[in-house]
Design a protein around this ligand. Structure first.
Ligand SMILES: [Fe+2]
Ligand SMILES: [Fe+2]
Length: 312
């Protein structure tokens, strides 16, 4: 296992620090943390029977643009049936409760990325390993590391400072640490997805800048970006419309940031006439307009002198 260094502490939701800032995550340090701070032994519980999860999910699936993506009844019931099988650890349910209370966007995002990745897997025409089972075993955990990022950063509507962006991006390493600690196996799908879902096929992502070449994580990465674009976010006043979101993803696939087969599947699911995935032609025509006031990705240097004009 390649090593990853933490820049901020990683703690559980009840405040127990399980890894200090500066810790290097290896198989040994993870096992050591499990000995020092043993995860509470617990049995997995049903995700959909937890609080309002099933209702929230059905509600979101019924709203545009997901109502098009899930317009096929068979698809909808297949995804819900799969999700009914989803049994997750208390650490996952606790994270959902936390996001539901403090950051509703991340709560919705965790569920929708999970559901959409199962739907994509159903339609992906690739020689495949048991992706469905791997996604199910991970549950809605790709952003669980955001429980270690201050809420003020998650909710910030203006551009992040360099340090805030660093802390936000640290959710990948934190999620890996939390899930590997809880599960004991750093190679399980959940910690791998949490760590790598911001890596890109051309090596331009984070936390390690490695070339992503793992279809499981590539599915989550595409669903992650798509859902983030079409959903409300504090850093812009409106979401991307569906057409523009798909154009952004097409751009990313052309730059070799995203897997183009996964993108083709997502686009086929978004077409009303439902072409077969292999017959679906991706249009390169640009017709959408991104929101004008999108602060995503804009970082300010807090050490830079503020001009008198900016102070006003
Ligand atoms: Fe993320
Ligand atoms: Fe995400």
């Amino acid at each position: 296992m390649k090593t990853l260094k933490l820049h901020y502490p990683v703690h559980t939701l009840n405040g127990k620090e399980i890894f200090a800032a500066g810790s290097v995550l290896t198989h040994e340090t993870i096992q050591e943390a499990r000995k020092t701070y043993p995860p509470t032994p617990a049995t997995a519980q049903s995700l959909l029977k937890h609080r309002s999860v099933l209702n929230d999910l059905q509600d979101m699936i019924g709203q545009p643009p997901y109502n098009t993506v899930y317009s096929n009844k068979e698809d909808r019931s297949a995804v819900l049936t799969l999700m009914e099988r989803s049994q997750v650890q208390p650490v996952v349910l606790d994270s959902l409760d936390y996001f539901h209370r403090y950051d509703i966007n991340t709560y919705r995002h965790a569920l929708m990325v999970f559901a959409l990745s199962l739907l994509l897997t159903r339609h992906l025409t690739l020689p495949r390993r048991d992706l469905e089972q791997e996604i199910l075993s991970a549950g809605p955990t790709h952003d669980i590391g955001k429980t270690c990022v201050p809420i003020a950063i998650l909710r910030k509507s203006t551009p992040l400072t360099v340090n805030e962006r660093r802390h936000l991006e640290h959710h990948t390493a934190a999620g890996f640490a939390l899930l590997a600690w809880d599960n004991g196996d750093p190679h399980a799908p959940a910690p791998q997805i949490a760590r790598d879902h911001h890596e890109r096929s051309n090596g331009t992502g984070y936390p390690e800048g490695k070339r992503l070449n793992n279809i499981l994580v590539e599915i989550i990465a595409a669903c992650d970006i798509y859902d983030a674009l079409i959903s409300p976010r504090p850093y812009r006043s409106s979401s991307f419309d569906n057409r523009t979101a798909l154009e952004e993803l097409t751009d990313l696939a052309q730059k070799n940031c995203l897997n183009s087969k996964v993108l083709q599947t997502l686009i086929a699911l978004n077409r009303c006439n439902r072409p077969r995935v292999d017959d679906c032609v991706i249009s390169l025509e640009k017709r959408g307009t991104p929101p004008a006031d999108n602060n995503y990705g804009i970082t300010i240097d807090e050490t830079a002198p503020v001009s008198p004009l900016q102070k006003k």
